[in-house]
Design a protein. Structure first.
Length: 649
């Protein structure tokens, strides 16, 4: 007992001695801003990285003690673009530490301390962020402080591969066909799950009787790997989601008789069972940050030890003149490099517009991209910052300038993606590509900076500027238009539209017809209300089986707008009230004839979704603009729309 107590006291004395004999510095705000422009846009996933501790002096004893407190291996978890760091504290020293704090640029940040696992977890804007750590030593009334930096050359992604089995069910239009296919298709399938992707293998017996295999996922043909062995055919293909719709086509050949067979396969997700799992460490190359340069800690911290001071070489003479004194000839010359402000850095706000070739895509991009952007002129270089909302639906933002992909810094903050990039001028052709989760694909659109709205923000810094003022741009535009409009080009009349969801009920004279109609008509429809008028959108699947949709309202043929979107058909038409009689006539390909059934809108299920602006009483083809509240439900509407970027005129 006495020996253990003496050991603890000696260890505490060693820690406190290191504190008393060492001059400690933490990375200042200028350093942090400088290095956080790199190593911030990582793919979601789990990573490991080596870290280095720095005391900021030549005390080898203090350096050794800092290294003992924090383990060398850092765990990184990137989720929706947010970088979470986990440090592991020395198990033997942990009980002697107290009042543990984590800071960035001298500012304390929130950190979660797990006392059981002896870890600290917190968020950083970049892997290149220098992390300050302070710990108290129990009973000694002293604080141990040091910085931690990551060696980005050691970054590795943890890639997990799961080998699993899953049961399946057959989808066929008749019980005889169902039993036939069930006899060929083995009930258990195999799945290889890796980085959110699934490789599925279906196994068919009696392969000597089959040929011409085809597989489609959600209505689109997919490549298959076919292996035939011992009269079994194994068909392997990729799927994003195990709930996606699978269809298999093949030809059955028996002597002189050949027949084409098509059937669906549902994977029963509640039967998913992992039978094996392995983790690989895959090296990841990044640019910027600490690339294992072994320089002294002072190379990254000011020698004076005062967090607020900058390195001498970072202090620019007041009379420094940038190469270019204005962002663009078309901008206001008086807004740049005038007055008594420093010519080294200028900060402006500027309005933007979206370029897209159809109203649906335009409205989606417009709702996600905030109307006010930021322009920074730093030593003659121009940096534009675009701010996007709805990061739960849109991710992986990429920027192209004049057709070339450029490096952009993407920072996620409170559900917003802040994208910063450099341009040569404000008249560049800017295009943004982003992954839209509800659509499972990338969407591209242009962004035009409106030079006549460029406005110098006097006496502000980068942190003072907000880009969420979406009203000023609209007001300015309207006031400008009011001065130039003629009778032929009058200002648009803005009215409010309302979007609702509503459930529907299908009726048919016999049970088979009703089941068929119910299967292919989504049970949720959408209603748009504008100026007392109602527009209903019905969504049908199975386009290859049901075609030539015609709608009758109160016995009269309605003027319907039909949009094809992958395997879906959206039919939009006007009704006088939600209780109107609605009938749908459609041509059923397998039956080679028209089928008619009734659709009843269940008014007690009407649910308000959002309110939106409509210009001149004209609605877009699919109704409301899309925003984060409705993107999940309406994302697939855009699948039928073109994604061709048009140049601004």
């Amino acid at each position: 007992m006495i020996k253990k107590k003496i050991t603890s006291i000696l260890a505490a004395i060693m820690i406190s001695t290191a504190v008393l004999t060492t001059n400690v510095q933490i990375a200042n705000a200028q350093e942090l801003t400088k290095i956080e422009n790199t190593v911030s846009n990582l793919e979601d996933g789990n990573y490991t990285i080596k870290n280095k501790t720095s005391y900021g002096s030549d005390s080898s004893h203090g350096e050794a003690m800092a290294r003992q407190i924090v383990g060398e291996d850092t765990k990184i978890k990137v989720e929706n673009g947010k970088i979470n760091v986990t440090l592991t504290l020395n198990e033997k020293m942990y009980n002697m530490l107290e009042n543990i704090e984590v800071s960035l640029a001298g500012q304390k940040i929130d950190a979660v301390e797990n006392k059981e696992e002896k870890t600290l977890t917190f968020s950083v804007p970049s892997l290149a962020s220098k992390i300050g750590v302070k710990v108290g030593v129990k009973g000694m009334n002293h604080t141990q402080a040091f910085t931690i930096s990551n060696d980005t050359t050691t970054l590795k992604k943890l890639v997990v591969t799961n080998i699993a089995t899953i049961k399946n069910d057959v989808v066929y239009g008749s019980s005889f066909g169902y039993q036939m296919v069930r006899g060929y298709l083995k009930e258990e399938s195999n799945v290889v799950e890796k980085e959110g992707k699934n490789k599925v293998t279906l196994t068919l017996t009696s392969a000597n009787l089959m040929k011409n295999y085809e597989v489609s996922v959600n209505g689109e043909n997919t490549e298959i790997e076919k292996v035939v062995e011992n009269d079994e055919a194994k068909l392997t293909f990729n799927m994003d989601n195990l709930s996606d719709e699978i269809k298999v086509k093949l030809k059955v050949s028996m002597g002189f008789m050949e027949k084409d067979i098509e059937f669906g396969v549902n994977l029963l997700q509640d039967s998913f069972k992992i039978v094996d799992s392995k983790t690989e460490e895959v090296p990841v190359k990044v640019t910027g940050g600490d690339n294992n340069t072994e320089g002294n800690p002072e190379d990254s911290t000011p020698e004076t030890g005062n967090p607020g001071e900058s390195k001498p070489e970072e202090n620019k003479p007041e009379n420094t003149t940038p190469e270019t004194s204005k962002p663009e000839e078309s901008t206001k010359p008086g807004d740049v490099n005038t007055g008594n402000e420093s010519v080294g850095t200028k900060i402006y706000t500027i309005e933007n517009d979206v370029i897209y070739d159809n109203p649906v895509g335009y409205q989606m991009a417009r709702n996600y991209l905030e109307k006010i952007s930021k322009v920074e002129v730093i030593e003659g270089k121009y940096f534009v910052t675009l701010t996007f909302t709805g990061t739960e639906y849109m991710s992986n933002h990429e920027v192209y300038v004049n057709g070339n992909k450029i490096n952009a810094t993407v920072t996620n903050n409170n559900g917003k993606a802040i994208v910063k990039f450099e341009v040569a001028s404000l008249n560049e052709d800017i295009k943004v590509s982003t992954y839209v989760a509800p659509m499972s694909r990338n969407v591209e659109f242009g962004v035009a900076l409106k030079n006549d709205t460029l406005k110098l923000v006097s006496g502000s810094t980068a942190d003072d500027i907000t880009t969420n003022d979406t009203t000023s741009g609209t007001t300015n535009n309207n006031s400008n238009n009011a001065g130039t409009n003629t009778e032929a080009n009058a200002a648009p009349v803005i009215v409010k539209g309302k979007l609702y969801s509503i459930k529907n009920k299908v009726t048919h004279e016999n049970a088979t017809g009703q089941a068929m109609a119910r299967k292919y008509l989504n049970d949720t429809s959408y209603v748009e209300e504008v100026n007392g008028k109602y527009f209903v959108t019905l969504t049908f699947t199975g386009k290859e089986f049901m075609q030539k949709h015609v709608v009758y309202v109160n016995g009269k043929k309605a003027n319907a707008t039909i949009t094809n979107s992958g395997d879906e058909v959206k039919v939009r038409f006007e009704v006088s009230k939600l209780s109107d009689s609605i009938k749908v006539s459609t041509y059923v390909v397998p039956m080679s004839r028209n089928v008619e059934f009734s659709v009843e809108l269940l008014e007690n299920t009407l649910t308000f979704i959002k309110e939106y602006d409509v210009e001149n009483g004209t609605l877009p083809q699919t109704g409301s603009p899309i925003n984060p509240e409705t993107a999940a439900a309406l994302g697939t509407i855009l699948l039928g729309a073109g994604y061709v970027l048009i140049k601004r005129k």
